[in-house]
Ligand binder design. Structure first.
Ligand code: FEO
Ligand code: CA
Ligand code: CA
Ligand code: CA
Length: 648
């Protein structure tokens, strides 16, 4: 395993949902008739195209020539495009940052340099409120560190002793967020060196805690008796942007960082539900060297992670905020859309096997003319969880203290308790167990909300449910959640009931036993496994980034970026646009407003599924390809050679 050594960690995704929530196996039969009517709409409608895959390819609005899905030490982008390295782990960010010296890592240097394992990316135009597509801020998550690729000689057996306090503090500094000013000049994107806008947010940055759980006893520690001030953010996976120009960052596998014997206090069951204190392979040295990650010394510190954090990247002095109203779970990310009534709706996935999809609807309304009035919108609203029925409906069930079972009788003394233990509240509300919900994001053109369900190899026969129809679902699928009211801006994202369908079941369509489902015209390069991040271009087309983990070698395809129409004769005809270097995961697809630039993040190159790969003997030395440099997670900037719009 060992998440800190590499990404091949089954532990972080082990399901811990012991709730009796229905698997709905008993109503699959009922669903079959419904799927005929709704769920299989796409394949039914497109079956006439099946006999003409070539013409289907021609019908796609995506005109790029597909990339071959063959593993390689290099990245590959579609012909006619440039894919340049923009910034790498260790590159200077903050003014005065030293040059990267991989043999002499220090926390002081790393605090000012680009962090490890870039994941979510947000392009924020400059100035604020503009659609400037050649000058902006690029915000990046640094999800975690791959210890064995940062120092020479790390082994699973010896890592605990090899990771000194000094090295551990480098890891802390390599987590968190980065903000860099970027500018396109003469067709080439560059980071603006020493910009006063550039910022690092490592684990030493103070965060404010806001919302109903702020100041609650369960968030108080020796270092913070107020329960309102936390240092840093952990395991930031995906994220989103708000309409008022801030960025949202999910805290995902926070449990990996806590070790030591927790006291047998009232938190014991809650810790278990989140896997805190049970991780066998996590960053055990953090708790050894730093008290707050030692559960014996600071049993409440873990309650201060697992939130959505909000950053104002336009103000480099701003204090980032943990928004507790959005609930505590293993947040993949959170994406926002302004509903037709002005309320802001956010969608979020809890990325673990058999966990849930959530939605938050603000009480207040977005005011486009008053940014300050929007800055605390996320502190007041209603969190709900998805209950998906065989009849084609999806019900948003409210997680509100005092409603239904969410009362003191069940251990919820207040809304703070509901939020701190959002998973247990969702259990009681009958949420539907999903196949690891990663990105959940609304298509701004169609209004349809897409959820990437990355995989769930542990789902058993008889444990399937209509929205997660495959047992041992190693390839994952895409769930489309459809708000009522109409298309695009007419969609009512705050409605209690949506409908749903499954447009894509991932896997190799040439192997019928996998049960894959795409547009029948998909090519041998166009299929994928384990969808993770999704994005939409200005036409509302769906871009899917994959995280196949160590299985890519078995499937013979590298992770990458795929795109498809969501409407018309080539709907869900996925086509491969980009291939990661081997062992790397594709993250953070992010377009500039003019769609002429696409930023992507290559995470942990050379690690996943690369037996024996390490700092000393990496499977690839991407992107530097220098003998003395290990592979480095890096942001890649993609432009069309003719300067045109991506994907046309
Ligand atoms: Fe960090 Fe959910 O992938
Ligand atoms: Ca992810
Ligand atoms: Ca996304
Ligand atoms: Ca993932």
């Amino acid at each position: 395993m060992d998440r800190p050594l590499c990404h091949d960690d089954p532990i972080d995704d082990i399901g811990r949902n012991d709730s009796a929530n229905p698997t709905l196996g008993d109503i699959v039969t009922a669903r079959l008739s419904r799927r005929a009517a709704l769920g299989l709409l796409a394949s039914t409608a497109l079956s006439s195209v099946a006999a003409r895959p070539a013409s289907a390819q021609a019908a796609s609005s995506l005109a790029f020539r597909e990339v071959t899905g063959k593993p390689s030490p290099h990245h590959v982008v579609a012909a006619g495009y440039r894919a340049d390295i923009l910034i790498r782990w260790g590159d200077p960010v903050v003014a005065g940052a030293p040059a990267f010296d991989v043999k002499n890592l220090s926390a002081a240097a790393q605090d000012k340099q680009f962090g490890y394992n870039n994941d979510f990316l947000a392009y924020m135009p400059l100035p604020l409120g503009s659609t400037n597509s050649e000058h902006g801020l690029l915000v990046a998550n640094h999800e975690y560190t791959s210890t064995a690729f940062m120092w020479s000689g790390i082994t699973r057996e010896t890592v605990l002793d090899q990771m000194t306090r000094e090295r551990t503090e480098v890891e802390l500094a390599a987590h968190g967020l980065s903000v860099v000013e970027v500018r396109r000049t003469g067709g080439t994107w560059r980071v603006v060196a020493d910009s006063t806008q550039n910022r690092r947010v490592p684990m030493t940055t103070p965060f404010r805690v806001a919302g109903p759980a702020a100041g609650h006893d369960r968030l108080k520690t020796n270092a913070d008796p107020t329960g309102t001030r936390v240092l840093g953010t952990l395991n930031n996976c995906a994220g989103g942007k708000t309409p008022w120009g801030t960025t949202l960052h999910g805290e995902e596998n926070f449990h990996n960082y806590f070790s030591g014997e927790a006291p047998a206090d009232r938190e014991a069951d809650a810790r278990k539900r989140y896997g805190v204190g049970t991780s066998r392979g996590g960053y055990r040295w953090w708790g050894r060297h730093i008290d707050r990650f030692n559960l014996a010394k600071e049993p409440n510190e873990a309650n201060r992670f697992g939130w959505i954090v909000e950053l104002d990247p336009y103000d480099p002095t701003s204090t980032p905020v943990k928004r507790t109203a959005l609930g505590r779970f293993k947040h993949e990310g959170a994406t926002a859309i302004v509903n037709k009534d002005g309320r802001v709706v956010l969608y979020a996935g809890d990325d673990e096997r058999n966990e849930y999809i959530y939605r938050f609807v603000t009480s207040g309304r977005f005011d486009p003319a008053n940014r300050a009035a929007n800055m605390n919108l996320l502190d007041d609203g209603v969190l709900s969880v998805a209950r998906i029925e065989a009849d084609g409906n999806l019900h948003w069930r409210r997680l509100v203290h005092g409603e239904g079972p969410l009362t003191a009788a069940n251990g919820f003394a207040s809304q703070a308790d509901v939020l701190i233990e959002a998973r247990r509240a969702a259990d009681l509300m009958g949420a539907t167990k999903m196949d690891r919900p990663e990105d959940v994001e609304p298509d701004p053109v169609t209004g349809v909300v897409y959820a990437a369900l990355t995989n769930n190899s542990e789902r058993k026969d008889g444990d399937t449910n209509p929205a997660n129809p495959r047992a041992a679902n190693v390839h994952g699928h895409i769930l489309a959640m459809i708000p009522p009211g109409g298309r695009g801006k007419d969609a009512d994202h705050a409605a209690d009931v949506f409908t749903w369908t499954i447009p894509i079941l991932a896997g190799d369509p040439s192997k019928p036993e996998q049960g894959a489902k795409y547009h029948p015209g998909v090519s041998s390069d166009g299929w994928f496994s384990s969808p993770d991040n999704v994005a939409f271009d200005a036409k509302g087309r769906l871009w899917i980034a994959t995280d196949t983990g160590s299985n890519w070698a078995k499937y013979g395809i590298p992770d990458g970026l795929f795109a498809c129409d969501v409407d018309g004769p080539a709907a869900y005809l996925t086509r491969r646009f980009f291939a990661c270097p081997m062992g790397g995961e594709m993250c953070g697809p992010e377009f500039t407003p003019d769609n002429k630039t696409l930023f992507v993040a290559v995470q942990h190159p050379g690690t996943d599924g690369t037996s024996g790969s390490s700092f000393d003997t990496p499977a690839t030395r991407w992107p530097d390809f220098k003998d003395d440099m290990p592979p480095r997670p890096s942001v890649v900037v993609i432009t069309k050679e003719d300067g045109g719009v991506i994907g046309t």
